[in-house]
Design a protein around this ligand. Structure first.
Ligand code: NAD
Ligand code: UDP
Length: 338
């Protein structure tokens, strides 16, 4: 099949492109490189030994997206494109609402015009807000605590409304937990701009000597060792989850949500220790105050994805640490090191 991958030059998108190609699909990437590098597209090509069609376009520009749909017989779309930094979304809400919502609306309108009815959307566990008790299943109540989360929530609702109007449509809303790791080649990986917001890239940057010390945000939570517990999931498992979701959209005619997580919680200290053990790198850390908005524990109930998508995560924390480090070690300054 010909799959349009929006945001395909980014972290999760680039890994998913490789998995799609491995399963025999043709990939067309649309990305404006606002948070990614052209080199990641070149790397997808060199790892897969396949030519990739790449459009450097802003999805909010309807004409540019229309041109892509005119040029290709697209069978389905995986929609990763969007801004994703929680803190920035609080500071620049309009920028987030405009980019994330408008790009999705333009995409859906264009899909409708071209009778492309199958869509896989990157949602997030952030739609569960702060009140859900782990393990979290898909029927838990939905609530967003910041503009970024609200864009995910709004888009989920928009896609549900939209799909009701098109009987043949099929939409999978994938709620990711905490993606980490990298392709085993170490040629593509997560390359955050500026100071990383997320734990794993912070750990790898400390280990690489790019940052001095990791601050652990609180050790007085009601968890195994007082530090926050999350459901880390290897990005290649996540990538396969998209391929499975795509296959699911072939046979379903609904809009449905799926958790993509391992179902296992790991604390900050457990992750730091696992990283040190696997990589032999020391990660100096200090305990600092809680980060506002954090919950003590968040992990998935991934049963629905197992039953309906025939998907489950197989890679453990050891592999996540090893592959994250392999990428960081080879690219201490991210793609700019290349
Ligand atoms: P990323 O920033 O690496 O990738 C997103 C890509 O979208 C980037 O390459 C960026 O250049 C592109 N993009 C943004 N706006 C665009 C626009 N208007 N037109 C064209 N391209 C545009 O992020 P990621 O970590 O790969 O995340 C992918 C998706 O998954 C995002 O929607 C994100 O919100 C969601 N998600 C990510 C995580 C995570 O922890 N990484 C967790 C849950 C959900
Ligand atoms: N965390 C931390 N130091 C950091 C970044 C994160 O202690 O520099 C903690 C954070 O408080 C949470 C866990 O690590 O308990 C995962 O944080 P991340 O931002 O990666 O994911 P999220 O909280 O959005 O699920």
């Amino acid at each position: 099949m010909e799959i349009l991958v929006t945001g395909g030059a980014g972290y999760i998108g680039s890994h998913t492109c490789l998995e799609l190609i491995a399963q025999g699909h043709q990939v067309i990437i649309a990305d404006n490189l606002s948070n990614s590098h052209r080199l990641s597209v070149e790397r997808i090509q060199s790892i897969s030994q396949k030519e990739i069609v790449f459009y450097e376009v802003n999805l909010c520009y309807e004409k540019a997206i229309e041109d892509i749909f005119q040029a290709h017989a697209i069978d389905a779309v995986i929609h990763f494109a969007g801004f994703k930094a929680v803190g920035e979304s609080v500071e620049k809400p309009l920028m987030y609402y405009q980019n994330n919502l408008e790009s999705t609306l333009v995409l859906c309108k264009t899909m409708e015009r071209h009778k492309v009815h199958r869509l896989v959307f990157s949602s997030s566990a952030t739609v569960y807000g702060m009140n859900s008790k782990s393990p979290i299943a898909e029927h838990a109540s939905l609530y967003a605590t910041n503009p970024y989360g609200r864009t995910k929530l709004f888009i989920e609702k928009i896609l549900r409304d939209w799909s009701k109007t098109i009987p043949e449509s099929s939409v999978a809303l994938l709620r990711y937990f905490n993606p980490v790791g990298a392709h085993s080649s170490g040629l593509i990986g997560e390359d955050p701009q500026g100071i990383p917001n997320n734990l794993m890239p912070y750990i790898t940057q400390v280990a690489a000597g790019r940052r001095e010390i990791l601050s652990i945000f609180g050790n007085d939570y009601d968890t195994i060792d007082g530090t926050g517990v999350r459901d880390y999931i290897h990005v290649m498992d996540l990538a396969l989850g998209h391929v499975k979701a795509l296959e699911y959209t072939l046979n379903s005619k609904v809009c449905d949500a799926f958790n993509l997580g391992t179902g296992k919680g790991t604390s900050v200290l457990e992750l730091v220790k696992a990283f040190e053990l696997v990589t032999g790198q020391k990660v100096p850390y200090q305990i600092s105050k809680r980060r506002s908005g954090d919950v003590a524990t968040c992990f998935a109930n991934p049963t629905k994805a197992k039953n309906k998508l025939s998907w489950e995560a197989t890679r453990d924390v050891v592999q996540m640490c090893r592959d994250s480090w392999n990428w960081q070690r080879k690219h201490p300054m991210g793609y700019l090191s290349s």
